[in-house]
Design a binder for this molecule. Structure first.
Ligand code: NAD
Length: 501
């Protein structure tokens, strides 16, 4: 691979602490490059160090009393304003996303829409934030609950949805009245800085939202362990998630960790095969397979397996690999060299384990793509549960296929994984779909639609190794960032003769 040649017009980014953009004090330079052409430098930043993270926490703590006292509907209107500002810049931000993360432009636009829908949903929570009233056992007594903010919260996000995941955490945290220290993945700092600029322009008071750009290993722990931090919302790998969960658990603070996936799609013999084909292609190769919800295992009813795979290979061969900003490109690059190498290592291991390579398996040969981190869409047949490709998340465009004879076998194999984020079941038989839905061990189930996606109004998240803590999005998303207070209001004005219970 030719050495990266830095371009000089890269954005220079800073940390955002207490309402001011300031240079990081860390030694490390954070450099974001285009994964489609690693010679193109998108942005540079002097990384934050521990002292910067502590300053950000102090700023958040100082801003909390006033932000907490701001009426929730007003906080919601501010989120709505940020959403409107982002909507006005949708195409520009989507282009930046493609440039920095690599997903193709239409997918970046889709991610923009998803994040905007989430912001609009959470803006409305400013009007709805509240508890319940219940009848008391006592006359002239009212029982009710309040939802109150927690204080300072840390939001730690991955690179693969650099717009939607930050906003689906930031919007509920802020509308609930918390002050945030936001640490994005260091591969996507430019988009993270734009997100913070948008919230700032919408009118967030200084200190309410702070940005620290830096390596997680240097500043991650302080964002979990500092006594000012009352909750951590994390999305990322299992390795880091487990550490965050353990450290937060040891302090007894609230924590949610959304982590990896190894999501199965089952195509049953009676399914609409063209519908299933479109869904499997999108699930396996969309966003270059770099989704926690990607379809990475395909379980085929033996009766249609050969026919389905023949069509899958035909369609995979038509996918144009390249720079996602170019029209007609269907598959972008891996996010960086490390991820590309991981994809290729998994491919080599699957070959060595005896899986049958049906297509792909290499970097593309086109010399025009030599400066990017591209991997061909890859399909392996004959993958067995003892193989690494069946068990481990690849996070690339690599699909593991196996065949089954019975429905029970399909369910058993779908559940034969340490993960449990999402799945898909393709069938024309509603009863079978319902039986699958009952039996499958995942947080989300798609019937006759791809494993990917989520909507603002319903909870998002997984079970088993895919997630711990409260679900995200919907009411759950905001509930995570609030504490409940139960109020016993006695309006008799009389001294109570006896306490109950
Ligand atoms: P990652 O775990 O490497 O990084 C995630 C974030 O954690 C980054 O901001 C990183 O800087 C930070 N971090 C690193 N070390 C830390 C530490 N010691 N303490 C605190 N923070 C630290 O993950 P990634 O490579 O950015 O993202 C890919 C992973 O994210 C995949 O496993 C994918 O499945 C998962 N993911 C899950 C979901 C979901 O909702 N379940 C969604 C998207 C991505």
């Amino acid at each position: 691979m030719p050495a990266a040649a830095a371009k000089t017009d890269a954005a220079v980014l800073q940390q955002f602490i207490a309402g001011r953009w300031i240079q990081g004090s860390g030694k490390r330079e954070i450099v974001s490059v285009s994964p489609a052409d690693s010679r193109v430098v998108v942005a540079r930043a002097r990384g934050a160090d521990r002292a910067d993270a502590l300053k950000a926490l102090a700023a958040a703590q100082a801003a909390f009393p006033a932000w907490r006292a701001t009426p929730a509907p007003e906080r919601g209107r501010l989120i709505a304003k940020a959403a409107a500002l982002a909507r006005g810049r949708k195409e520009e931000l989507a282009r930046l996303m493609t440039l920095e993360e690599g997903k193709i432009y239409p997918e970046a636009l889709g991610e923009m829409d998803k994040g905007l829908a989430l912001m609009e949903w959470f803006a409305g929570e400013g009007q709805r934030l509240g508890g319940v009233t219940r009848p008391s056992e006592l006359p002239q007594n009212l029982l009710y609950t309040l939802r109150q903010p927690l204080g300072v919260v840390s939001v730690i996000t991955p690179w693969n949805f650099p717009w939607a995941i930050p906003v689906w955490k930031l919007a509920p945290a802020l509308v609930a009245g918390n002050c945030v220290v936001f640490k994005p993945a260091s591969l996507v700092p430019a988009l993270a800085a734009e997100i913070v600029k948008i919230f700032n322009e919408a009118g967030l008071p200084p200190g309410v939202l702070n940005l620290v750009i830096g390596a997680g290993s240097e500043i991650g722990d302080v964002l979990v362990e500092d006594e000012r931090v009352k909750a951590v919302s994390f999305t990322g790998s299992n390795e880091v998630g487990r550490r965050v969960h353990t450290l937060a658990g040891a302090r007894g603070i609230r924590v949610t960790c959304e982590m990896g996936g190894k999501n199965p799609a089952v195509v049953w013999g009676d399914a609409d095969l063209e519908l299933a084909l479109a869904g499997v292609l999108k699930g396996a190769f969309g966003s270059t397979g770099q989704r926690c919800t990607a379809t990475s295992r395909l379980i085929l009813d033996e009766r249609i397996a050969d026919e389905f795979l023949a069509r899958l290979l035909e369609e995979a061969a038509k996918i144009t690999i390249g720079d996602g900003l170019k029209p007609g490109v269907g598959l972008g690059p891996a996010v960086d060299e490390g991820q590309m190498k991981t994809d290729l290592e998994h491919i080599a291991a699957a070959k060595a384990a005896g899986a049958k390579l049906l297509c792909g398996g290499n970097r593309p040969k086109d010399p025009a793509l030599a400066h990017g981190w591209f991997v061909e869409p890859t399909v392996f047949d004959g993958v067995t549960p003892d193989m690494r490709l069946w068990r481990e998340e690849v996070f690339g465009p690599v699909l593991a296929v196996t065949r089954v004879k019975t429905f029970d076998e399909a369910v058993r194999l779908a559940n034969d994984t340490a993960f449990g984020l999402t799945c898909a079941f393709y069938t024309a038989d509603l009863a079978l779909a319902m039986r699958f839905t009952d039996a499958v061990e995942t947080g989300m189930v798609h019937v006759n639609s791809p494993t990917i996606g989520g909507e603002a109004s319903v909870p998002f998240g997984g079970v088993k190794g895919s997630g711990v803590g409260e679900r995200e999005m919907a009411e759950e998303g905001v509930r995570f960032f609030t504490e409940q207070k139960t109020v016993f209001l006695d309006y008799t004005g009389a001294r109570r003769s006896s306490n109950i219970y």
